[in-house]
Design a protein around this ligand. Structure first.
Ligand code: KG4
Ligand code: ZN
Length: 360
């Protein structure tokens, strides 16, 4: 039987306009093209993603991204078996732009339409890159999200815990801002931290005293602010060493908390095939090393997909579409765009979820 499937993926839930063509054959996926058009320069002056500007840019760029992806994959719409699009969660204007384009293409071609949860796209990526078998554990750490997900099937996810306030990437970004470092803050803080002493400042390790896998990062950022202010009022400013030590101590606290909570999530899931990480914060080398150590201690394989597939992209959306198609699922033209869309509807709602859908 011919099990070959070729799916066009579309992603526009935050500030990346992305399109991709992914082919699945014999159980494995192959990325034929993955186009990601960023918008960083459009938002730079505002210190964060401006939803209206993002939505307008998606409307302008989406069809170019799709054309570029089809051309790069050397296919036309007649070679495509289905159209997969991020239908949430995210900034609603951007999600709508993608969903409307996908609906237009589906209506014009008669191809099946698949609305994909953006978080499912991240969580299923290790199956595209490494063919992981279910169940496995994913830590999603990005600018907008932080959660432990037990992936039981392509359409079944259990959230073991998550942040009750800021996401780690958001904490890195805000901390960078407090120290006068450039955005995005994660890479800048990591570079400073390499030169600093992680033991100089004893920043809190929030929620370690509580059972379970929930996390909190907003207090950590406040502690950094207070320490910075105390140093400034004491010495009239920050030295280079102070800044590096603040970054190193902050990063050590984030890594400690994520490593300990990962150990707990791993202990709750003795039957998993691997522990995978996803999201932009997974680029952090200190953090990766700690997560890898936690997996090793639990006797589990650790997996970090290539960075271009950890950050927002449309290949993960196309792949999640392939997974849904294989389950015999599809949507119709009534597909709705959703700003909020928890992956695990059984889990208790979180008090907060980072930047509330800005970046996921
Ligand atoms: O996944 P991503 O590209 O966008 C979403 O949030 O979906 O992640 C971006 C986040 C930003 O907050 C950025 O500061 C953080 O990932 N980040 C890092 C590093 N590289 C990117 N955080 C810590 N260390 C890094 N090396
Ligand atoms: Zn994302």
């Amino acid at each position: 039987m011919d099990d070959r499937l070729t799916v066009l993926g579309i992603e526009s839930s935050c500030d990346e306009t992305a399109a991709a063509v992914v082919r699945a054959e014999g159980g494995r996926g192959m990325i034929l093209a993955s186009v990601v058009l960023g918008q960083t320069e459009l938002h730079a002056a505002f210190g964060g993603v401006v939803p209206e500007i993002a939505a307008r840019a998606h409307v302008e760029k989406l069809d170019h991204a799709v054309e570029a992806a089809l051309a790069e994959a050397n296919v036309t719409l007649t070679d495509i078996d289905a159209i997969a699009v991020t239908a949430g969660p995210g900034l609603i204007g951007g999600v709508l732009a993608g969903v409307m384009l996908a609906k237009g293409l589906a209506a014009a071609t008669g191809l099946p339409l698949l609305g994909i949860n953006h978080l499912a796209g991240h969580a299923l990526t290790p199956r595209l890159t490494d063919g992981l078998a279910f169940p496995y554990l994913v830590l999603l750490v990005s600018g907008g999200h932080c959660q432990f997900l037990r992936v039981e099937a392509a359409d079944r996810f259990a959230r073991l815990g998550g942040t009750i306030d800021d996401a780690p990437g958001e904490a890195f970004d805000k901390s960078a801002k407090l120290l006068g470092l450039p955005q995005p803050g994660g890479p800048a803080v990591e570079a400073e931290a390499r030169k600093g002493n992680p033991a100089r400042f004893a920043f809190p390790r929030p929620l370690l005293d509580r059972p379970g896998c929930d996390l909190s990062f907003s207090g950590l950022k406040t502690a950094l602010l207070r320490t910075r202010d105390a140093l400034v009022s004491h010495k009239g400013g920050l030295t280079r060493a102070d800044r590096a030590d603040l970054c190193a101590s902050f990063q050590a606290a984030v890594a400690d908390v994520l490593a300990e909570k990962s150990a707990r999530a791993l202990a709750m899931s003795p039957d998993i095939t691997a522990f995978a990480v996803a999201g932009g914060v997974a680029a952090n080398e200190t953090l990766r090393a700690r997560l890898q150590a936690a997996a090793r201690a639990a006797g589990t394989r650790f997996l970090a997909p290539p960075l271009a597939l950890c950050t927002d992209n449309a290949a993960m959306i196309a792949w999640a579409g392939i997974e849904r198609l294989r389950l015999g699922q599809a949507d119709d033209l009534a597909l709705a765009a959703r700003a909020r869309w928890p992956l695990d509807s059984r889990a208790a709602p979180l008090l907060g979820t980072g930047r509330r859908g800005a970046k996921a």
